[in-house]
Design a protein. Structure first.
Length: 552
């Protein structure tokens, strides 16, 4: 045990305190009391600052913003999901290799389906306990799915389960009785799921955070505060030990986790909005891994031995609110898309991003670089004139919104300059902190908004259903019945060639004809990983699994 030497404090008090005046003794007592309080306060502050976790058993990480929520039925962003994925689990989890993305057992030991893939059976792992010692049951998965689909939850991911029999009707309030939805716990204790139509990739859905099991009793007991560390009950490799909002999160290895292969005891996650600050801390040896590297620094950072990069299934795009003028006119939306030079943007960022005009990123079935509206400022001007805006001074006020981040600002400023140069239109820029920004999206406040979409499962269906009329993650207010039907038809086919043709038709409606979205580029992930980290698996879906991280 290390010993700590006590520091002797000498007080140089003013001379009048030692006179015979009784008031001086009174003032002396007051001063000593105040000094004592100050020392105690200072000691507590130092103690808090020095409340360090053992370095040999702690992995130090950073996120750029406070997680908007740890309620996995409601979380929609990658920051929230990163924490949830490490304190919780689904029936299945992803298995990554260099060649493909597969699935492996998690809370379900195995899974099977009928030949037509319309019914699925998940055998629940025995002996699994929640972090409070309660047994994990198949009913907890069913409860989670009921809550996800319940209209009162207002989850933006409810549509993920719409392929289940009567799930959409229940979510829309057309059916009040959840027992009519195709999810039951059968006589064997299995979770039995009946779909509207066969779907080969349905197991991917039960690996997503939104479909994780819940404890209804905990949510009912604590209400909106059920995700706080003192209340939350989880099933993952780590438990939420501390959450100092806007400062840090500490995860601790869960002693009750069924798979005791996790090496690291503590995960210390700093919340650092400025990428430059995070980079500085890494270089000082106070962070073990950082992602989201500032694009301005990438040319130099690539030279470091700690630098890593990996392709990722992600699309960076601008969404357009089609209900707000002047964007209720598709000619204006097309003009904006054609006035944006994607190559100029990716050259600016220097992060190996791939300019994108189609909707499905490279690496997925039905990716097609020939789809979409390319850079064509001449045609863009013609469309603006045809829309009645020959005189640009009559063009309505336009604001491009983005969440606070250096690179999002750089992209927005570049788009702003391109629209001024090619269309003679001056647009304004507005930014908000991430949590506030997500709320603004839900309220449909923005005209043009920046957003990215990272694959929830490695199938084009994930990107295509995002923009359906029933997707709560579609913030454009755009709806197209033909698009919906093409996506739904493609989603239940097993013939790849037929799927590709349908997705090509749907993509052309989305990014060539109607244009409620403007794809900008397909992303690449960039990391700095310190030498003390022996294993930090990178993958095409950008998932960070702390139980797979190893220290030297």
């Amino acid at each position: 045990m290390k010993t700590v030497k006590k520091k002797i404090v000498t007080l140089n008090l003013p001379q009048f305190y030692f006179t015979g005046n009784p008031w001086s003794y009174f003032l002396k007592i007051i001063l000593l009391f105040c000094v004592s309080l100050s020392l105690v306060s200072c000691f507590k502050k130092k103690q808090s600052e020095q409340e360090l976790l053992p370095l040999e058993s702690t992995f130090r990480f950073n996120i750029s913003t406070e997680p908007p929520t740890l309620d996995w039925n409601k979380a929609t962003d990658t920051t929230s999901s990163l924490i949830v994925d490490n304190i919780m689990e689904g029936l299945l989890e992803y298995s990554f290799s260099e060649e493909s993305v597969g699935l492996k057992p998690a809370l379900a030991e195995k899974w099977t389906s009928t030949p037509d893939e319309k019914k699925w059976f998940f055998t629940i792992r025995k002996g699994v306990k929640w972090s409070d010692g309660e047994d994990f049951l198949a009913e907890h998965v069913r409860d989670g799915w009921e809550r996800l689909l319940n209209p009162q939850t207002a989850s933006e991911y409810a549509y993920f389960l719409y392929s289940i029999k009567n799930a959409r009707a229940y979510s829309k309030g057309e059916i009040k009785d959840f027992s009519k939805v195709g999810v039951i716990v059968n006589s064997k204790g299995q979770l039995e799921v009946e779909l509207e139509e066969g779907k080969s990739y349905f197991p991917y859905f039960v690996s997503h955070t939104s479909t994780y099991p819940i404890r209804k009793d905990i949510i009912e007991k604590y209400g909106n505060s059920w995700t706080e560390p003192q209340n939350i009950v989880t099933l993952g490799a780590y438990r939420l030990k501390k959450w100092e909002h806007d400062k840090r999160i500490i995860l601790e290895k869960s002693s009750g986790y069924y798979n005791q292969t996790t090496q690291i005891k503590n995960i210390l996650i700093h919340i650092i909005p400025e990428s430059g600050t995070a980079l500085n801390l890494f270089e000082k040896g106070r962070l073990d891994a950082i992602g989201g590297l500032p694009s301005r620094e990438l040319p130099n950072l690539r030279k470091k031995k700690e630098y890593r990069s990996h392709p990722i299934l992600a699309t960076y795009y601008y969404g357009i609110n089609v209900k707000q003028k002047p964007f209720d006119d598709m000619r204006v939306r097309k003009a904006f898309s054609m006035a944006i030079d994607r190559k100029e943007i990716t050259d600016l960022l220097k992060g190996d991003q791939i300019p994108l005009t189609g909707w499905i990123p490279k690496g997925l079935l039905a990716h097609d670089s020939s789809i979409g509206l390319g850079f064509n400022p001449k045609k863009a001007k013609e469309l603006m004139n045809a829309a009645g805006y020959e005189n640009r001074t009559t063009f309505p006020r336009v604001v491009i919104s983005y969440n606070t981040h250096e690179d999002h600002k750089r992209v927005a400023e570049k788009v702003q300059a391109q629209l001024k140069k090619h269309l003679n239109i001056q647009v304004e820029l507005a930014n908000e902190e991430w949590k506030t920004y997500l709320q603004s999206l839900k309220m449909k406040r923005q005209q043009i908004y920046r957003m990215g979409w990272v694959a929830d499962y490695p199938d084009p269906d994930n990107f295509m259903t995002l923009m359906t009329s029933y997707s709560e993650n579609n913030h454009t207010q755009w709806k197209d019945d033909v698009y919906d039907s093409l996506v739904e038809e493609a989603g239940v086919l097993s013939d790849k060639k037929k799927r590709i043709k349908l997705y090509q038709k749907a993509q052309k409606i989305l990014v060539e004809e109607s244009v409620p979205v403007i794809p900008i580029y397909a992303s690449q992930s960039h990391w700095l990983i310190s030498d003390r980290v022996a294993a930090f698996p990178l993958n095409i879906m950008g998932k960070v699994s702390f139980k797979e991280v190893k220290l030297r």
